[in-house]
Design a protein around this ligand. Sequence first.
Ligand SMILES: [Zn+2]
Length: 135
Amino acid sequence: MLLAHGRHEEAGVYKDGPPVPRIDPERCREFTMSGREVDYFMPVVCTDRGQHKRMLLTSARRELDGTHGMNHALQWFAPPMGKDAEPNSLTSKHSYIFRCPKCPRTPQVKADVWWQLVDKAVLARLDAIDISLLP
Ligand SMILES: [Zn+2]
């Protein structure tokens, strides 16, 4: 299982098996505050397409085992909630829904599409992902 549903911190679930390759082997090594090495952190921001100052919403990370997670769930974004997604709430079964406090944007991205985007942003060596530029 890729995501721990309904938890405030999406923890990477370590699976057994050989280590997976890093997305960008040239990238500097990065560590969590507790000292655990991760493959990458990618800041997730909103600028309302340049209309407001860069607002940091969360930080997307890929663990060394290939699993993904983002901190501050349920503050500026809702993770995919599976069966717990409630109609008319700002949650979805399969998508991340971002909610910027500085503008009315609430982009939704399917979880698999989102992590492909984040991995691509890492490969492209972007310094952040701006959710206001999502299609
Ligand atoms: Zn915004």
